[in-house]
Design a protein around this ligand. Structure first.
Ligand SMILES: Cc1cc2nc3c(=O)[nH]c(=O)nc-3n(C[C@H](O)[C@H](O)[C@H](O)COP(=O)(O)OP(=O)(O)OC[C@H]3O[C@@H](n4cnc5c(N)ncnc54)[C@H](O)[C@@H]3O)c2cc1C
Length: 427
C-alpha cells in the first residue's frame, strides 16, 4: 500500500521512465533516506511501456528485451529498495529553491521540498505544426509515437495505408509494426540526404519488409478534407526547396510523422535551468548537475539518446550525485574543464567536467556528428595542440550517437586542460 507523502524528501525524481527509475534507485543506494518519484502517467516505466518490440538492454543486461520487460526490472528494483512514488500526478512548477508543486488525481495539489531534484521528464515528438506542412487538416495525420501507443497499448489501428514522413527510429519501428498488423506502408520519406535513425532499424524495419525509403523527399501537400486521401511527395534540393517536376501523388489514408524529438524542459526553465540551444537540454557537468545547485538531469531531458541503456547509465550517475548533494558530500570546490564541439561535431554532452571524477570513475563524452562519414573516422579529444584521447570508428552518422570514454590515465591531461575539444574526422 502507498505510504502517505511527506512534505520533505532528500531526492525527488520527476519522471519515472528509465532515466528517472535509474536515478531514483541509485540515489537510494547511495544513501538518500527518502526518495520520491513523481509521474503524470498512471504507471511507472515511461515511454518504454508502449515500446513492445525488442532491442532494449543489450548493454545493461546482455539480453535483448522488449521495452516493458526492460522497464519492469527497474520497477521491481525500485520497489524492493523502498522508493516512494506518486503516480497520476503532474508536476506543475519547480523553483530554484527546489520546491515542487504537483497536482494529482488522488492527492490534489501539494507542495513538496527536496534537498535535491532529478529532472527526468523525457522528450516529446515534433508535430505537423512544427514542420509546417501546407494543405487542409483532415483526420489521419498523427505522430509516430501516438500511433505506437494506439496500436501497442490501446489496440487500435489508426489506418490501413500509410506514408511515413521522417526516418527517425520511432517511424521506422512503426513501419514494421503496422506491416505486422496487416497495413500497407507505402513509403518512408526523409528530407535529409541521410537516414536520421539507427542503421539497424533501417535494416530490420524497412529493408526486411521491402518498405522503400526515399531520401531528400518530403510531403509538399496533404490531400483530403475529412480524412487523408493522399499526400503529394516531392524531391528537395540541398536548400530543402522542392525540385519542380518531381511531384508525385501517393494515395494513403494516414500520414505518420517521425520528424524529431524535443527534450521536455519547460519545468526545468521554470526552475532557472539554462538550456543548450543545440540539444534543447540543460547544460550539465559529468555528474549531470545543471546550473541550479541541487538540480540534476537524467535521460532524454538532457539530449535525445538512441539507446535506452545509455539513458539508464546517465540516470544512475545523476541519482548518485543527487544523493551526494542531498547528503552534503559532493565536491563543492570542483574546478570544471569545459568541453566543446569541434570539427564535424554538432554537440557534446557533458558540457563540462570535474577532473577529480577521473580518480574514481570513467567519464563518457557523447556527441552527434553534423554529416555522415561513411569511411573510417577518428574521434579525438584535444586541448589546443595536445591530444588527450582518441578512438577509431568504422563510420560516423548523425543518427547514431558517438561516445568516447576518459579514464584515470587521462587525469593529469584533463586536470591541466583549458578546454576539451571533440572532433570527428576521416582517418
Ligand atoms: C513517443 C516516443 C516513442 C518512443 N519509442 C521508442 C522506441 O520504440 N524505441 C526506443 O529505443 N526508444 C523510443 N523512444 C525514446 C525513449 O524516449 C527513450 O528510449 C527512453 O524511454 C527515454 O527515457 P526517459 O526516462 O528519459 O524518458 P521517458 O521514458 O519518456 O520518461 C519520462 C517520464 O516523465 C514523465 N513526465 C514528463 N513530464 C512530467 C511532469 N511535468 N510531471 C510528471 N511526470 C512527467 C512522463 O510521463 C514519462 O513517464 C521513444 C520516445 C518517444 C517520445
Amino acid at each position: 500500500m502507498a505510504k502517505p507523502l511527506k512534505s520533505h524528501y532528500d531526492v525527488v525524481v520527476i519522471g519515472a521512465g528509465p532515466g528517472g527509475l535509474a536515478a531514483a534507485i541509485s540515489a537510494k543506494k547511495t544513501g538518500a533516506d527518502d526518495v520520491l518519484m513523481i509521474d503524470r502517467d498512471p504507471e511507472l516505466g515511461g515511454i518504454l511501456l508502449q515500446c513492445i518490440h525488442n532491442g532494449f538492454g543489450v548493454e545493461t543486461f546482455k539480453e535483448d528485451l522488449p521495452g516493458p520487460s526492460y522497464a519492469q526490472r527497474f520497477i521491481n528494483e525500485a520497489q524492493s529498495v523502498g522508493i516512494e512514488y506518486l503516480l497520476d500526478a503532474m508536476v506543475l512548477d519547480v523553483t530554484p529553491g527546489r520546491k515542487i508543486y504537483v497536482s494529482g488525481a488522488r492527492g490534489g495539489f501539494r507542495e513538496l521540498q527536496a534537498r535535491a531534484i532529478v529532472i527526468a521528464m523525457g522528450c516529446r515528438e515534433r508535430t505537423r505544426a512544427q514542420i509546417r506542412i501546407p494543405g487542409p487538416r483532415p483526420a489521419g495525420v498523427y505522430t509516430a509515437g501516438l500511433a505506437q501507443r494506439w496500436v501497442n497499448v490501446e489496440g487500435y489501428m489508426p489506418g490501413e495505408r500509410f506514408v511515413i514522413l521522417g526516418s527517425g527510429d520511432i517511424g521506422m519501428i512503426m513501419a514494421r509494426r503496422l506491416t505486422f498488423e496487416g497495413a500497407k506502408v507505402e513509403r518512408v520519406l526523409e528530407v535529409m540526404p541521410y537516414l536520421t535513425g539507427l542503421s539497424r532499424n533501417y535494416v530490420q524495419c524497412l529493408m526486411d519488409f521491402d518498405i522503400p525509403l526515399q531520401l531528400r523527399h518530403t510531403v509538399k501537400r496533404i490531400i483530403g478534407n475529412d480524412r487523408v486521401e493522399a499526400v503529394e511527395a516531392v524531391q528537395v534540393d540541398e536548400r530543402w526547396q522542392s525540385v519542380p517536376g518531381t511531384e508525385e501523388i501517393i494515395p494513403c489514408d494516414t500520414l505518420l510523422l517521425s520528424v524529431g524529438l524535443i527534450p521536455e524542459n519547460e519545468l526545468s526553465q521554470k526552475a532557472g535551468v539554462v538550456l543548450d540551444p543545440v540539444t534543447n537540454g540543460p547544460f550539465v557537468d559529468d555528474g549531470f548537475a545543471t546550473n541550479i545547485p541541487g538540480v540534476f538531469a537524467a535521460g532524454n531531458v538532457v539530449h535525445v539518446y538512441d539507446l535506452v541503456d545509455w539513458v539508464t547509465q546517465a540516470g544512475l550517475t545523476a541519482g548518485r550525485r543527487a544523493a551526494m548533494f542531498a547528503k552534503g558530500s559532493c565536491n563543492k570546490k570542483a574546478v570544471m574543464v569545459p568541453t566543446a564541439a569541434g570539427r564535424n561535431v554538432r554537440y557534446v554532452v557533458p558540457h563540462k567536467l570535474d577532473p577529480e571524477t577521473l580518480t574514481q570513475d570513467a567519464i563518457t563524452l557523447q556527441m552527434r556528428v553534423t554529416q555522415p562519414m561513411e569511411e573510417a573516422v577518428q574521434v579525438r579529444i584535444t586541448d589546443g595542440d595536445t591530444l588527450i584521447a582518441k578512438k577509431r570508428e568504422r563510420y560516423a552518422r548523425p543518427g547514431e550517437m558517438v561516445s568516447l570514454t576518459l579514464r584515470g590515465q587521462e587525469y593529469d591531461a584533463v586536470r591541466n586542460a583549458k578546454k576539451l575539444v571533440v572532433s570527428v574526422a576521416p582517418v
